[in-house]
Structure formats: structure tokens, C-alpha cells
Design a protein around this ligand. Structure first.
Ligand SMILES: NC(=O)c1ccc[n+]([C@@H]2O[C@H](COP(=O)([O-])OP(=O)(O)OC[C@H]3O[C@@H](n4cnc5c(N)ncnc54)[C@H](O)[C@@H]3O)[C@@H](O)[C@H]2O)c1
Length: 250
């Protein structure tokens, strides 16, 4: 599946991440069908994508999106509870809860339903991509990739694209192109079995572990660590929840 052949994206899971991913893709001009498990969750997703803190209307109010473009983007997003309505999607982006067995099961089900040429991308925070694709046929493994956005998706500019030895060059190019079309800066990451977190979460996790060790050794307080990261590295927030960098006292 080449980028120019992508006509419809299926967003599996419309929670915190799925709603945001659908929003940036719709603004980029892609029709997106969001599938979640019941009408209540879908109503909450619709509310957050259209009216939420990071939603489309807010983007217009902030002058980041033109009114006409917002109307066009909203018209491109549709919702369903039925998995089989994803059958004709060209790309499926999975953002369901971070449970390995659940994701593996859902990908097996999707493989039976969705057309053979479609690409499957997972927004997992860190599971090995090859493990997620474990039970899929070789033809789908070629079209299986990680696409890790950062929260909140409409404002954070990063997307990690994680490829396995089986992922085809065409799949990599298409997903990279899709992420870039949605305004993201792409970092390429090789899938690394036996690890969790790709690039961003591994580095952040290592730094946070060090911060916790410093607190536990009595070297500095949480507040002083956060203050140092905010004022010395220009981080918007610290490891421990202090946000002195955003209109705060530091
Ligand atoms: N929240 C973050 O900061 C963040 C950042 C990057 C990546 N992620 C990853 O994104 C994924 C989703 O996280 P989230 O925070 O959006 O979770 P969430 O709980 O907000 O959303 C998950 C959604 O998936 C739905 N769902 C569950 N089973 C489903 C199924 N079979 N089909 C369709 N929908 C189903 C749930 O109803 C829910 O709406 C996880 O893998 C998470 O690790 C999260």
C-alpha cells in the first residue's frame, strides 16, 4: 500500500490517543473511521475530538486551524462499534489498552476481516512490534509497523515509526509519509525484542529512574529535581508533577 493509495484510515480504539490520532489525520485530509466498543465511549470520543481541550473547535479558537478546514476535518471523521466496518480500510491504527494478549487477539481478528493489502500500525507505548504481529501471516507481517504518537496528539509533534525485519520498505515509507502528512516529526526506530519503550519512553524511563534514585538517596527533593529540569533544561514539567515552567514561579 503506497501513501497515495491511502483513501481511508481505520482507527481502532477512540480513547485518549485514538481520538487525537483520528483528529490529526482528518485535518491532514484523510477520512477516518473510529471503532470503539460501545456508544457511550464513542460519544465521549466525539465530544473530546470536536469540543475537548485539544479538540478541533479549540484549535479554531486559538487561531491554529481555519474554520473551513475545521468543518472539512469534522466531516471526515466517522464512528462505529462494528469491527467489520473496518474491512475496506487501507491503514488500521490500533490504540486500544496496553495489554499484549488483547492486542494480539484483536490483530488476529482484524487480519480475518480487513483486506489483505492493508497496513496495520500499533500505537503501543512500547511492546515489541514483532510480538504484536506474532500470530499473523507473513504477508501481513510485511505490512505491520509501530506508529507511536505522543500525548496529547494534536499538540505533540513527535511520532516514532518502529520497523521489524519483516516490515516492507513500502510499508515504512507509507507510514512515515502518513505521520509527516499529519504534521509530525518522525524518528525511525528498529524493533528491539526483549525491550520496552522504543526510543522516547526508554530514555525518559531511564532519566526518571535516576531521578527517583536521587530522591531515595536523600541527595535532592522531588521539588528541587523538577525545578532543575524546568529551569536548567527548559522542560515544561518535571518528573514528579511540578509544572513550574508553565506560568509557575520558577
Ligand atoms: N495515554 C498516553 O499518554 C499514551 C501515549 C502514547 C501511547 N499510548 C498507547 O496508546 C494505546 C491507547 O492508550 P490510551 O491512553 O488512548 O487508552 P484509552 O483507555 O484512553 O483508550 C483505549 C480505547 O480502546 C477501546 N477499546 C478497548 N478494546 C477495544 C477493541 N477491541 N476495539 C476497539 N476499541 C477498543 C476502549 O474502549 C478505549 O476507548 C495504549 O497502547 C497506550 O500504551 C498512550
Amino acid at each position: 500500500m503506497k501513501l497515495e493509495e491511502v483513501r481511508k484510515v481505520g482507527q481502532l480504539g477512540g480513547g485518549v490517543m485514538g481520538g487525537g490520532i483520528a483528529q490529526v489525520l482528518a485535518i491532514a485530509g484523510y477520512p477516518v473511521l473510529i471503532r470503539d466498543i460501545n456508544d457511550e465511549v464513542i460519544d465521549a470520543t466525539r465530544e473530546s475530538v470536536f469540543d475537548g481541550k485539544w479538540g478541533i473547535k479549540r484549535a479554531v479558537e486559538l487561531g491554529k486551524l481555519k474554520f473551513d478546514d475545521a468543518i472539512a476535518a469534522m466531516a471526515k471523521i466517522s464512528f462505529t462499534t462494528k469491527l467489520d466496518e473496518l474491512a475496506d480500510c487501507d491503514v488500521i491504527i490500533e490504540a486500544i489498552p496496553e495489554r499484549l494478549e488483547l492486542k494480539q487477539e484483536v490483530f488476529k481478528e482484524l487480519d480475518r476481516i480487513v483486506k489483505p493489502g492493508a497496513i496495520f500500525a500499533s500505537n503501543t507505548s512500547g511492546f515489541c512490534i514483532a510480538d504484536l504481529a506474532r500470530d499473523l501471516p507473513a504477508s501481513r507481517k510485511e505490512r505491520f509497523i509501530g506508529m507511536h504518537f505522543s500525548n496529547p496528539v494534536p499538540t505533540m509533534r513527535m511520532c516514532e515509526v518502529i520497523y521489524t525485519p519483516e516490515t516492507s520498505e513500502e510499508t515504512i515509507a507509507t507510514i512515515r509519509g502518513l505521520a509527516e502528512a499529519s504534521g509530525k516529526a518522525v524518528s525511525m526506530v528498529k524493533d528491539a525484542p526483549g525491550t520496552y519503550g522504543f526510543l522516547l519512553n526508554r530514555i525518559f524511563g531511564a532519566a526518571r529512574r535516576e531521578a527517583v534514585a536521587i530522591v531515595e538517596a536523600g541527595i535532592a527533593t522531588k521539588e528541587d529535581i523538577d525545578k532543575a529540569m524546568i529551569t536548567g533544561r527548559n522542560w515544561p514539567a518535571g518528573f514528579f508533577g511540578n509544572r513550574g515552567g508553565i506560568g509557575g514561579q520558577w
